[in-house]
Each structure stands twice: as C-alpha cells, then as structure tokens.
Design a protein around this ligand. Sequence first.
Ligand SMILES: *[C@@H]1O[C@H](CO)[C@@H](O)[C@H](O)[C@H]1NC(C)=O
Ligand SMILES: *[C@@H]1O[C@H](CO)[C@@H](O)[C@H](O)[C@H]1NC(C)=O
Ligand SMILES: *[C@@H]1O[C@H](CO)[C@@H](O)[C@H](O)[C@H]1NC(C)=O
Length: 452
Amino acid sequence: MKSRARGARLLLLLLVLGEAASALGTACPAGPGCRYTPDWPSLDSRPLPGWFDEAKFGVFLHWGVFSVPAWGSEWFWWHWKGERRPPYERFMSDNYPPGFSYADFGPQFTTRFFHPDSWADLFQAAGAKYVVLTTKHHEGYTNWPSPVSWNWNSQDVGPHRDLVGELGAAIRKRNIRYGLYHSLLEWFHPLYLLDKKNGFKTQHFVSAKTMPELYDLVNRYKPDLIWSDGDWESPDTYWNSTYFLSWLYNDSPVKDEVVVNDRWGQNCSCHHGGYYNCQDKFKPKTLPDHKWEMCSTVDKHSWGYRRDMELVQTVSLGGNYLLNIGPTKDGLIVPIFQERLLAVGKWLSINGEAIYASKPWRVQLEKNTTFVWYTSKGSTVYAIFLDWPEKGILSLKSPITTSATQIMMLGIQKDLKWSTDPVKGLLISLPQLLPSALPVEFAWTVKLTGVK
Ligand SMILES: *[C@@H]1O[C@H](CO)[C@@H](O)[C@H](O)[C@H]1NC(C)=O
Ligand SMILES: *[C@@H]1O[C@H](CO)[C@@H](O)[C@H](O)[C@H]1NC(C)=O
Ligand SMILES: *[C@@H]1O[C@H](CO)[C@@H](O)[C@H](O)[C@H]1NC(C)=O
C-alpha cells in the first residue's frame, strides 16, 4: 500500500478544497469554524462528543398518557385502535364506559406526586450519568407546552406542568446529562395520515409538527442528547432529518456537546447518525467498530445478577447501557424500580472505576469456569468475573504479566497474591472472605496494573 503518498495527496486535496471553501466556512470535520452539510457522509463524519462514551450508564423514562391505562405497553393506543387486538378491546370494555376514547385518558395523567428532585436524587444514587425522558411518544402527547400540539400537551391537559423543563432543571443540578426522546411519527395525527396516504410525497406533518417541535425542544431545553425514534415508515428525506442535524451540529445552542442516535429515517438505523441503537434489544457478540447503546427494560427476570452481567458485557463491548423504567401516571417511581436502580448504584459505587470512562481492552471476553469481561483505562486492565471460582483461584489467560504487575480487587484495599502457570495462565488468589464481607454479591472486579 502506498499509503504515505496517498495520504500526502489527500492532504493536498483537502488544503486546496479548504482554500476554495474558506469563504463559506470549511467542510467538517476539518477544524474550527467548519460547517456540516445536510448529507450523511458529512454528518456521519462528526466526532462523537466525548462525554457520551465516558458516561456508560443512563436511565430511560417512558412517561406519558400511556402511563394512565398502564396496561400492555406504551403502544397501548396502537394495539387498541390501530390493530384492534381483542385483549385491548376487552380491557377497555371491562374497565371503562362505552365511548371512552384515548384522549379521555389525558386528564387522568395527573403527575400529582411528581417531585423532580427526588427522581433526580434516585438517578444519581443509581450512578446514572445521563437520563433520557420521553418528550413525546408515538401517541403525540407532548410532555412540554408545545405551541403546535394544541390541547394535547402537559400544560393544557393533565399535569398542567412543564414536565420536560422541571425534570431537566433537577437533573442538571446534579451534573447528570439530560437527553430527550422524541418520536418523529404520530400514529393518528391527521396530517401524518394525509402524508402517508400521499406515499410520503408531501411533508405537511413534518413542516407543521415534527420540525417545529424538534427545534423548540433544542432551543428551550438545550438537550445533551436527542434519542430519535418513530422513523421507520418513511425515508430521512421525508423527515428532513439531514437538514435538522446540520443545523443541530452547526448553529444550535448545543452544537458542541449534543449527541444523537441513529433513528432518522428508514434504513438509517445502524448506518447513519451519531451512536447506534440499531434495532430494539440490539446486543452484539463481538466488539463493534462504532459507538453503540443497549436499551434494557426492568422486567420479571431475576434482577441483580442478570443486570450486572448485561451492564458489564455492554461496556466491555464498547456500548452504553440505558435502563428503562416507567413512572406511574401520578408521578411515582414504584419501590421495585427504586430498589433495582439502587442495586445498580451500589454495584457501581464499588466497581464504577472499571466502568465509567473505561475503554474496551484488546480482549473482551474469556470463558472458562466463569465469564470474565475485560475493560481498560490506559495501561490498567479490569477483569470482571461473574461467578466466584472454586477454591478461590481466578485463572486468566489473556493478561501478560511483567515485573511491575500488581493485582487487587475493587472494594478491598489489599494486593492479591498471584502466580503464573505455563498452561493455566495467570492464577490469582482471591481474598478469603465470608460472602457477607465481600464488597458486592456478584460480578467482582480484579484490577491489574503493569500488565500487557
Ligand atoms: C427542510 O429543511 C430546509 C432547510 O432548513 C427547509 O428549507 C425546508 O423548509 C424544510 N422542509 C420541511 C418540510 O420542514
Ligand atoms: C430500506 O430497505 C428496504 C429493504 O432493503 C427497501 O425495500 C427500502 O426501499 C429501503 N428504503 C429506503 C428509504 O432506502
Ligand atoms: C480453566 O481454569 C482452570 C483453573 O481455574 C484451569 O485449570 C484450566 O486449565 C482452565 N481451562 C482453560 C481452557 O483455560
């Protein structure tokens, strides 16, 4: 490969282009003052602001009028009126008077006990570095006083409050980053249905609703993150996404720090935008070459072990972990969600050093008697193992020791004894403690310095 010569020629070309473009501002990401153009090659070249990769763990809040029936999921309206699924029709006829419409749920979304500061305290105790709130789900109801969501917003109907603004203020006081979820489409908006009937050749809905609301959200709340969704029925050219993003990156009040995901039009997901969500529940098996985020929901499965494993695996594979919870219509976070968030926070209070601001190591996973996931920070390597090995000896194949090697366990301020074996690799004698004296109940971290 004549890469040096090619590099020099490319540099020359860039200089020439830069010279020609300087009157208009250079193309990005060439340097300060550069401008992104409304196309994917340019937008995709933007470096991801550093805070996002360092954050690793966030909390996702699904909250809206769908929290009133609180049955099925946030897709309630669609399953009931879009698909007419029998269990949903039955649920309605069993529990509500005839003729009760989805809009009638609106006034019952009271958020009466919503105290943004107690929510924010909880998220801080959970160790979350960012919080993402649904500002508007596919039902179209806005959790802020949107001027273009007439009589279907949190100021006019239900809480009579600006939920997006109030939570944002509380979150920011605690130095947590604030992200806004926003659905491009609205299932039943008449203008959306009109555009759909026109095969998305018209953009009435985009110019009357989607774009005004996206610009309003950015200018009012200055989000650190926009979690876009509801893109899949039509191409990004219909949504005008690349125009919005070029404004966001060039001229918006958050142009330097804002991070976006990849749901900006049909087939964009996993290919274009900022970091990748790909499809729901995306979970790569090997290290992807692009920053990604895994969304997971609190569910019935056994909690701590599985959750720690998911978080550890995600971070080891270069991802961020966004844990979803659904507050109630009256603004409470039920005890089981609180407990689970606090359990993550407790684990992170000991092991966070191996998670926050870590980088994937050259090896991600080692499987022997137990799973071992690796992360790293400079020359320090963290090995996180999920089951306590028999006889208290952890064997690791991948780290290569040197004369400077030191090994300890996070949460215990003491060097551990170790030896190497030509066949078994590095053998680490774990501390001999009663289970109750161990720093955490599962997923322990061994910190190795001076290894290769
Ligand atoms: C798309 O964005 C461009 C540039 O901002 C604007 O001129 C145009 O009106 C937008 N179209 C719609 C439908 O919002
Ligand atoms: C998205 O991909 C599907 C399947 O490959 C294709 O049928 C469709 O036309 C694509 N849409 C766009 C907007 O590229
Ligand atoms: C697995 O670990 C044990 C010790 O814990 C060791 O004896 C064995 O050789 C290891 N096996 C492999 C395939 O690394």
